[in-house]
Design a protein around this ligand. Sequence first.
Ligand SMILES: Cc1cc2nc3c(=O)[nH]c(=O)nc-3n(C[C@H](O)[C@H](O)[C@H](O)COP(=O)(O)OP(=O)(O)OC[C@H]3O[C@@H](n4cnc5c(N)ncnc54)[C@H](O)[C@@H]3O)c2cc1C
Length: 400
Amino acid sequence: MTKIHEQSPIQDKQLAIIGAGPGGLTLARLLQMQGAKVKVFERDINQFARVQGATLNLNKGSGLSALRAAGLMDAFEQAYRPGAEKMLFVDAQAAVIIDELGAESNDRPEIDRGPLRNLLLASLAEDTVVWDARFSSLQRTDESVEITFENGDKFTADLLIAADGANSKIRPYITSISPEYSGVTVLEGTVADVASTIPELYELLDGGKVCVLDDEKTLFIVLKGDGSVAFYTGHKADQHWHTSCGIDFSDRDQVFAWFKQEFKGWSHIWAELFKHATLPFIPRPQFCAPVDQSWPSLSNLTMLGDAAHVMPPYAGEGVNMAMQDAMVLASQLLNPDMPDMYTAIVAYEAEMRARNAETAAETLKFTKVFHSYEAVPFFREFFTGNQDVLVQKEGFKEAA
Ligand SMILES: Cc1cc2nc3c(=O)[nH]c(=O)nc-3n(C[C@H](O)[C@H](O)[C@H](O)COP(=O)(O)OP(=O)(O)OC[C@H]3O[C@@H](n4cnc5c(N)ncnc54)[C@H](O)[C@@H]3O)c2cc1C
């Protein structure tokens, strides 16, 4: 292992990361490659706890750059899913709007969450990750951070990095600014072995993804490497809909009844997802951190990824932001020109906030247009028409 630069602000420091998601693990890898002392604490009971969710697109210049910096492009080449980036846009009746978007592009290759986590874990020294360690609270002084876990265990670090995702328990120790509700709630589900359970859908997916756009609503369906599909509906709802609606999300009949009413008139092919999904369904109100959020930096506590700037999934940027945060933070912490950790954290957070302001604004615009009556004409023109005109008209950047 490379020896850490003796002028680096983290020379001889003990670092703790909470959360073994893509952001936390990428940071651990980048730091450990340079000899830093780092531990990752994760609430999952072990490495084999099932990692759920749709596949993730890693973008050139962010997610892929971080993997390259981590020396993991060979492992990525083995694990990514060529062709999975292909996206078919259809309407509620499964009539095609745009076909095979992204099929010829290699700029946003897709990888399932499980294989991404596994390749990052395999790159770390043994015992770096402490499993079954659910963060409970912390006590911070200028010298150290004492972390307490729900099982009563404690750990003292010189620097703590929160990478504990959208509902971060550590974020409130850094800022009182809360993410804001976007107006859209997602309902997520999984269907195993879709080739035999819903062959018609399997054929439509053709190895990639389907995005259904209609009635100011969305349905994304993503084929995964194990033959299952992850899917999520998006509909405009009150922030507390998931509790106030009275639906028991572990009761198939109740959820199916809701789908038939909310997505009235939609093709039977989508209803099949609800008939075959593994229980429970997971409702996720979509939040976005304010684009102009700011806080005074601390000398030994910072955050990255969704903990720092959760955003809806409609621009496919969340994981890319998390991994880019890791890359920027690692380079500042290892920078011998940084006099101390505080200065390194200030530099990282300034860059991260500026980058997030742009990405979050774009994501909110996409979230809005996806759930509007303009969605179909907009995306038809956006992906097949004169994009320059649209960029000027709507202020959108090209989607990748
Ligand atoms: C339905 C959906 C689809 C998405 N699709 C895409 C996409 O296509 N492209 C994209 O770029 N992004 C996508 N995203 C967003 C992406 O998943 C996140 O932005 C990304 O996972 C953030 O990474 P992270 O490491 O910051 O957090 P996470 O991946 O959330 O990891 C956080 C980790 O912290 C652990 N943890 C949480 N609390 C504690 C605690 N108290 N103690 C210890 N450990 C804890 C969790 O178990 C988890 O392992 C999607 C999100 C959703 C909901």
